[in-house]
Design a protein around this ligand. Structure first.
Ligand code: ADP
Ligand code: MG
Length: 203
């Protein structure tokens, strides 16, 4: 997905072509994942509590799928949701900063009750990007819920954000009221090619 999307509008307009739901998630493929825990999250109390949900795991294990599926549940329940990759989110914040509209952009991104930040750790964050993301996270802190997906451990956030002070400040805010869901299993994308994978990555 190239740009952040207000999920409700996107759903209405059929623009989320790759829409994912809990119904289409095969829990039997990820036995390490507690199905009841995910179904409890789908009750959306975490939104009322302004919590941060972290989905962690290797590429292809279903992090984006679950993030989108919970976003869809939230929209169905009448909540406002915004979905973006970290790279696009930071790109939009950097653009706003250049144009002198950073405060407005942060205010805009504080409005949705749920903000989904996908793909933390895949791409290097641009210089100053960690600081911009921190300003957003800080503004939403205890005021709005977030879902974050990452293929990197929290110990690697220094590298992801290129700044240990910013990484520590981010983790501080994003862990205070947090739920961490680790998906230990292998890639669903590669499920038919298990024999090609190294043993450690095979299902
Ligand atoms: P990640 O974000 O962890 O890299 P995705 O959520 O994008 O992985 O999953 C990769 C692809 O596999 C997507 O098309 C997703 O819908 C599908 N997928 C992943 N896990 C499952 C699963 N357990 N059941 C059904 N589809 C899955
Ligand atoms: Mg993903």
């Amino acid at each position: 997905m190239r740009e952040g999307r207000r999920v409700k509008a996107a759903l209405k307009m059929g623009r989320l072509v790759n829409i994912k739901t809990l119904a289409s998630f095969d829990f039997s493929f990820q036995p390490s994942l507690d199905r009841n825990r995910i179904l409890a999250l789908a009750q959306l109390d975490f939104i009322d509590r302004n919590e941060a949900i972290h989905f962690l795991g290797q590429p292809g294990c279903g992090k984006t799928h679950l993030g989108l599926a919970l976003a869809v549940e939230a929209v169905k329940a009448g909540r406002s949701v915004y979905f973006a990759t970290l790279a696009d989110l930071i790109g939009s914040l950097a653009k706003a900063e250049r144009e002198g509209t950073l405060r407005e952009r942060i205010r805009f991104l504080c409005r949705p009750q749920l903000l989904v930040v996908d793909e933390i750790g895949y791409l290097p964050v641009i210089p100053g990007g960690g600081n911009l993301f921190f300003q957003l996270v800080n503004a939403r802190y205890e005021r709005g819920a977030m879902i974050l997906t990452s293929n990197r451990g929290f110990g690697e956030w220094d590298q992801v954000f290129g700044d240990s002070v910013v990484a520590a400040a981010l983790l501080d805010r994003l862990f205070h009221h947090a739920v961490v869901v680790r998906i230990e299993g292998a890639s669903y994308r590669l499920r038919r090619h298990a024999e090609l994978l190294p043993d450690a990555a095979a299902p």
